[in-house]
Ligand binder design. Structure first.
Ligand SMILES: Cc1cc2nc3c(=O)[nH]c(=O)nc-3n(C[C@H](O)[C@H](O)[C@H](O)COP(=O)(O)O)c2cc1C
Length: 203
């Protein structure tokens, strides 16, 4: 079993990475593999609502950035954790830009995969950012994995994050819960579900 740990920070080995690394180590303790995938610094295109992914589900028509690679990585993984630094009390813009396209194009392929968002901030905005992550998972039939507190670490540098003893424990607890859920569902295939009804109004 393998968990994808997506690092949405512009810093390859910054605070978000430090939190994800704590998760990776704890997953290892639970005999679960993981991969920390850094989204890098290249430009990410936004969703232009062209609808091409509705005709060709599972792929974004724009193939000139990491969007389709991230879709494949999530499809191949058994579980996913997505991390972001907090910018102006929200998830970093590029992370949302990427996830809007990833989930709009392919979330139908992610159903049943346990997921969690984690955030790193210097001082404030962690819970609002955490909430945003859960919006992606909650509309995609992905079991949201929780911890002992809302998934965040505090610090402006990796060293400061390492001093956030409670924050790191929150990451380890999250990894333990993820491992337990993955092992629990391993031999329990997801049942068929109703076909989704999609209406643009409420009556
Ligand atoms: C543009 C920008 C906006 C930020 N906004 C916030 C904020 O609203 N709240 C906060 O606590 N920290 C804020 N920070 C600090 C980062 O969230 C914090 O340093 C984070 O741990 C960095 O993670 P990283 O090393 O993985 O990039 C901001 C940083 C930048 C560059």
């Amino acid at each position: 079993m393998k968990v994808l740990l997506l690092n949405g920070s512009p810093h390859k080995e910054g605070c978000t990475y430090t939190a994800l690394e704590e998760i990776a180590q704890q997953l290892k303790q639970n005999d679960i593999d993981s991969e920390i995938y850094w989204m890098g610094l290249d430009m990410i295109r936004g969703c232009i609502a062209c609808g091409a992914c509705k005709k060709n589900p599972g792929k974004c028509v724009f193939d000139d950035d990491i969007c389709n690679e991230v879709i494949s990585k999530i499809e191949e993984a058994d579980g996913v954790v997505i991390g972001s630094p907090v910018y102006y009390a929200g998830v970093r813009g590029e992370v949302c830009t990427l996830l809007d396209r990833v989930f709009y194009a392919a979330s139908g392929n992610f159903a049943g995969k346990p997921a969690a968002g984690i955030v790193s901030c210097r001082r404030g905005g962690a819970t609002a950012s955490y909430d945003r992550f859960n919006k992606y998972f909650g509309i995609s039939r992905m079991p949201i994995v929780s911890s002992q507190y809302w998934n965040g670490v505090h610090g402006n540098t990796p060293d400061e994050v390492k001093q956030d003893i409670e924050g790191l424990q929150i990451m380890r607890t999250l990894a333990d819960e993820m491992a337990w859920i993955l092992k629990s569902i391993e031999n329990n295939p997801r049942p068929e579900r109703e076909e989704v009804t999609f209406t643009n109004f409420i009556r």
